[in-house]
Design a protein around this ligand. Structure first.
Ligand code: ZN
Length: 130
């Protein structure tokens, strides 16, 4: 049985970030549908679900890979934002700033008082309190 499944999935695309996110969205839509009974939500949920299944079993791996790359590029600012918030939350030894000139993220040790910071990217100097 397991070998049959492996043989069936050979050369097929499988799961990626886009599929995972779509699947979560589908589940959210179905849960939402339980509270507000809107046929449109249900239809959209089924369409997206169909897309997830289609992408998973697709043999056009290159196309699916490109779709996923486009999607990850699209959500990159959101991912970066949450990664930074996560870092800030768990890193109690450092403070994070953006360079006022080039917006590069700069990490500084906490508790050093007022210091002059040189941006590692554009070498702009600015004052910060840590
Ligand atoms: Zn800079």
């Amino acid at each position: 049985m397991k070998e049959k499944l492996i043989r069936f999935m050979q050369g097929r695309y499988g799961i990626d970030k886009l599929n995972n996110h779509l699947l979560v969205f589908v589940i959210v839509l179905f849960i939402l549908n339980m509270f507000i009974n809107q046929p449109a939500i249900l239809i959209l949920g089924y369409i997206l679900w169909f897309i997830v299944i289609y992408r998973m079993f697709s043999k056009q791996i290159y196309k699916r890979y490109n779709e996923n790359t486009k999607y990850t590029q699209l959500i990159k600012p959101i991912t970066q934002f949450f990664n930074l918030q996560n870092k800030r939350l768990h890193d109690r030894q450092h403070k994070y700033f953006r360079c006022p000139h080039c917006k590069q993220m700069v990490r500084l040790p906490k508790g050093k008082g007022k210091i002059i910071v040189t941006c590692p990217q554009c070498h702009e100097r600015f004052e910060k309190r840590t």
